[in-house]
Design a protein around this ligand. Structure first.
Ligand SMILES: Cc1ncc(COP(=O)(O)O)c(C=O)c1O
Length: 692
C-alpha cells in the first residue's frame, strides 16, 4: 500500500462511520500532509519507509550505546578460537544434562468455527467425529497448502501427550538458528532472543500474524519477559521520569487510555510520575472523534497540565476488562488521530487469537434482538492493493492488529506466551519498526539481558521441534554432502495455529455458557398483589434489570454493570444517620462481601480496580465488575455463574437498611468464612486480583 492509498483507506473508513466518529475535513487534509509529504512522493507500488521517531524518545534512549560486552560475543564464533575472553561458565558444569517434557498435541482442543453465523448448537454433537468434521471444515485449514492438516489425527489420540527433549549439546553442523540445546540456551546469549526462537517468531510475526504492515521492509521483533516487561521497556524507551519536586509541571508525561484499564499498567506508570489521561470509550472501544474523544483530548490539551501525551496504551482485542474488540474501522480512525498528533500506540494484545464472532449473534438471539450489534467483521484482503492472506483461514478471520494500518511505524505491539502457553513462562515479544527494535534491544542488554534459557529452549522445542536422533544422523550426513536443511518435527506454524484455534474454541464455549446463564438471571421478575378483587386473576409482573453487559467479543472477561440505582435501598439512610446514605461505592462493597460469603462463594473483580483515575472510580467504577471465564474448570464456570446470578437476585431482596448494614459490618466474619471455604477449595474464582 503506498502513502496515498493508505490515506484513501483511512479516509474511506471515516466516511462510512457514524457521525460521532467522523473526522473533520481539516483532519483529513492534515493527514494527507503527514502521509504524502510533497517533497518525497512514494512511487506507486512501493511502501513508504517508517518515520524517524527519535524526537519522541526519552533522553536516556538517545544516550544508549550498544553493550560492548554483547558486541564482543561475535568473536566467540571465530572457528577454532580459544575463548579466554568471556566470563562464561563451561557447559560441563551446568547441572542439567537434558530438559525433558511431555507436551500436548496441537489438536488437543476442539476448535469451534470462527465465524459469526454458527452458534454453539451447531457443534453440540454426541458424535466426536462430527465435531471434528465441522471444525476441520471451517477452522483448521491452511488455505495455501494441499498438505494434509495436522488436525487429521484420530480423535482418540488427540489428547495423548508427546515427549520432547532438549539435549545438552546438539550435533555439530547445525546453524545457530536451527540448533536447540542446553549448551547454547543456558549460556549468555543475545539480548534480542535465543536465535532459533527469535527466527521462528520473527517469521511467524512477519509472514502469518501481520503480513500486511504498510511500511517498507516490515517490522522486526525482540523477545521479552512477557508483556509486562514489554510495556516496561516501552515506557523506558519513550518516557522521561517526572518528579514533582524537580521538574516543571508542563513537562509531566501522560498516558492516553480508556476509562477502564488493565490495572497493572497504573502501577507501572505511577512511579514514573506519569499522569493518566482518559479518553472516552463506547461499546466499540476508544472514541476517536467528538466530545471526550482522542481528538478532543489532544486538540484541546492544556499545556499547563503537562506535556501533551505522546503515548497511547490500549488492549485492542478482548480488552481487559471490558471485552471489546476494536474494529478495523475504529483502528484506522484512532490511528489517523495518533498520526496527526504524533502519538505512539502501545498495543498490548495477550488475547488477540481469542476473538468471538459468534458473541454478537448469540447475544442477539438470547435477547430477541432483531439484529446483532457491534458484530465482528472479518477483514477483507485487498489483493489489488498488494495485501496478502496469512495462508490460514483462522488467522485471516481475525481482526488484524494496529500494525496493519501503521504507515508511520508508530505502533509498538506487545505479544505474550502467558495466555497461549502459560503465564509462568515469562516470555513474549515486541513487534515494531526496526529502529525501535534496535533501541529495545539496547534496553534489554542492560536490563533483562535475555529471557530465561530454560523457557526459550522448551518453547523452541515445542514450536520448532526436536531433531529425532535417527533423522539427525541422516540429515547431518546429507547436510555435509548436499547442503540440505535438516527436517524438523514439532508443532511448526500449522500446529501452533491449530493450538490457538483450539484454545479459542474452548474459551468461546465457556464464554457462551457464562453469558447464557447471566442473561437468564439479569432481570428480577416480581408479581404484584392486585389491589382490586376484580383483578385477582391478573397478576402484574414487574421486571427490574439487575445488571447489564455485552457478550464479550474477545478475551477472557465479561464486564457487567450492576444497576444498583434500581435496588430498593438505593440512597436509603443508613441505620446510624450520621453515616450518611447507602450510595454506589457502599453498594459495590456490600455486593462483593455478599457474593463471597456462603452460600454464594464467588469472587469477582470490582470495577474500581480497573478505573483509570479517581473521577472514573468515584463516578462509575463502583457499578462494574469483571468476571473471568478462564480461571475455573468448565463445570465450575457454570456453577459459579449460577451462584453469582443467584447471589445478585438475593441481594436485591435485602430490603432493610439494618440487614444491609449487617452485610458490611459482618465483613470480617464473612471474609474469614470465605477464607476457610477457600482453603477447602470451595470458593469459586470468577475474578482475579489486580495482576491479571
Ligand atoms: C492486558 C494485559 N496485559 C498484560 C498482561 C500480563 O502479561 P504477561 O504475563 O505477558 O506479563 C495481562 C495479564 O492478564 C493482561 O491482561
Amino acid at each position: 500500500m503506498d502513502a496515498s492509498s493508505s490515506f484513501d483507506a483511512l479516509a474511506g473508513s471515516r466516511m462510512s462511520h457514524s457521525s460521532t466518529s467522523t473526522a473533520p475535513a481539516s483532519s483529513i487534509a492534515s493527514l494527507k500532509a503527514v502521509m504524502s509529504p510533497a517533497t518525497s512522493p512514494i512511487p506507486a507500488g512501493q511502501k513508504p519507509p517508517p518515520r524517524n521517531l527519535q524526537h519522541l524518545y526519552a533522553e536516556t534512549t538517545n544516550l544508549r550505546q550498544p553493550s560492548k560486552m554483547k558486541e564482543y560475543y561475535k568473536f566467540f564464533q571465530i572457528p577454532g578460537i580459544g575463548n579466554l575472553a568471556g566470563g562464561l561458565p563451561h557447559v560441563q558444569f551446568f547441572p542439567y544434562d537434558t530438559l525433558e517434557a511431555k507436551i500436548a498435541k496441537p489438536e488437543r482442543w476442539t476448535p469451534s468455527p470462527n465465524k459469526q453465523d454458527i452458534v454453539e448448537s451447531d457443534i453440540e454433537s454426541d458424535d466426536e467425529d462430527d465435531i471434528v468434521e465441522i471444525v476441520d471444515r471451517v477452522a483448521a485449514v491452511n488455505i495455501t497448502s494441499e498438505e494434509p492438516s495436522s488436525s487429521s489425527s484420530a480423535p482418540s489420540d488427540r489428547t495423548a501427550p508427546e515427549r520432547i527433549l532438549v539435549p545438552k549439546v546438539a550435533p555439530d553442523g547445525l546453524t545457530a538458528d536451527k540448533k536447540i540445546d542446553l549448551a547454547t540456551a543456558l549460556q549468555y546469549g543475545s539480548a534480542d532472543g535465543y536465535p532459533p526462537l527469535l527466527a521462528w517468531i520473527r517469521n511467524f510475526t512477519r509472514e502469518y500474524l501481520h503480513p500486511n504492515v504498510p511500511y517498507e521492509g516490515g517490522p522486526e521483533v525482540v523477545l521479552t519477559v512477557g508483556s509486562t516487561d514489554g510495556l516496561s521497556k516501552t515506557l523506558e524507551l519513550f518516557v522521561d521520569d517526572w518528579n514533582p519536586v524537580r521538574d516543571d509541571v508542563t513537562t509531566r508525561p501522560g498516558l492516553l487510555c480508556e476509562p477502564f484499564i488493565y490495572g497493572n499498567v497504573l502501577s507501572q506508570i505511577a512511579p514514573k510520575g506519569m499522569q493518566v489521561v482518559t479518553v472516552e470509550a463506547d461499546a466499540d472501544g476508544m472514541v476517536p472523534y467528538g466530545p471526550g474523544s482522542l481528538e478532543d483530548v489532544l486538540a484541546n490539551w492544556d499545556p499547563s497540565k503537562g506535556r501533551r501525551p505522546h503515548i497511547l496504551y490500549t488492549v485492542t482485542m478482548g480488552h481487559n476488562p471490558t471485552g471489546i474488540v476494536l474494529s478495523l474501522e475504529r483502528r484506522k480512525q484512532l490511528y489517523e488521530v495518533c498520526s496527526r498528533f504524533d502519538v505512539i500506540i502501545a498495543e498490548d494484545d495477550p488475547y488477540w487469537y481469542m476473538q468471538f464472532p459468534s458473541a454478537a449473534v448469540n447475544e442477539a438471539a438470547s435477547r430477541n434482538l432483531s439484529k446483532p450489534k457491534s458484530p465482528l467483521v472479518a477483514p477483507t484482503i485487498n489483493k489489488a492493493a498488494g495485501q496478502r492472506s496469512t495462508g490460514f483461514a483462522f488467522l485471516d478471520s481475525l481482526v488484524p492488529s494496529f500494525l496493519s494500518v501503521d504507515v508511520d511505524g508508530r505502533v509498538v505491539r506487545l505479544d505474550t506466551f502467558s495466555k497461549t502457553v502459560a503465564p509462568g513462562c515469562r516470555l513474549g515479544w515486541i513487534t515494531a519498526q526496526p529502529a525501535l527494535i534496535e533501541r529495545f534491544t539496547r534496553i534489554a542488554e542492560t536490563g533483562t539481558q535475555q529471557p530465561s534459557g530454560f523457557v526459550q529452549s522448551l518453547i523452541s522445542e515445542l514450536v520448532i521441534g526436536p531433531l529425532p536422533a535417527a533423522a539427525a544422523k541422516k540429515e547431518l550426513v546429507a547436510t555435509k554432502s548436499k547442503q540440505t536443511e535438516p527436517t524438523f518435527s514439532g508443532w511448526q506454524v500449522g500446529g501452533w495455529v491449530r493450538w490457538l484455534e483450539g484454545l479459542r474454541g474452548e474459551y468461546e464455549r465457556r464464554m457462551n455458557r457464562m453469558c447464557t446463564i447471566l442473561d437468564e438471571g439479569s432481570f428480577q421478575l416480581k408479581q404484584g398483589t392486585p389491589v382490586r378483587a376484580a383483578d385477582a386473576d391478573w397478576g402484574v409482573i414487574t421486571k427490574t434489570q439487575l445488571f447489564s453487559y455485552d457478550w464479550p467479543r474477545g478475551g477472557m472477561f465479561v464486564w457487567i454493570r450492576v444497576h444498583f440505582e434500581a435496588h430498593p435501598l438505593w440512597y436509603a439512610t443508613r441505620p446510624n444517620p450520621a453515616d450518611g446514605v447507602i450510595d454506589g461505592p457502599l453498594f459495590s462493597t456490600a455486593l462483593m462481601l455478599y457474593l463471597s460469603s456462603k452460600p454464594h462463594l464467588v469472587l469477582v473483580s470490582p470495577g474500581t480496580m480497573f478505573s483509570a483515575d479517581d473521577s472514573v472510580r468515584l463516578n462509575r467504577g463502583w457499578a462494574y465488575f469483571r468476571l473471568c471465564f478462564a480461571a475455573e474448570s468448565d463445570e465450575n464456570v457454570e456453577a459459579c455463574s449460577k451462584r453469582l446470578v443467584d447471589g445478585i437476585q438475593k441481594f436485591w431482596k435485602v430490603k432493610k437498611a439494618q440487614d444491609f448494614e449487617d452485610i458490611i459490618n459482618n465483613s470480617p466474619i464473612v471474609m474469614a468464612e470465605a477464607a476457610e471455604a477457600n482453603k477447602a477449595g470451595e470458593l469459586g474464582n470468577l475474578g482475579v486480583w489486580m495482576g491479571c
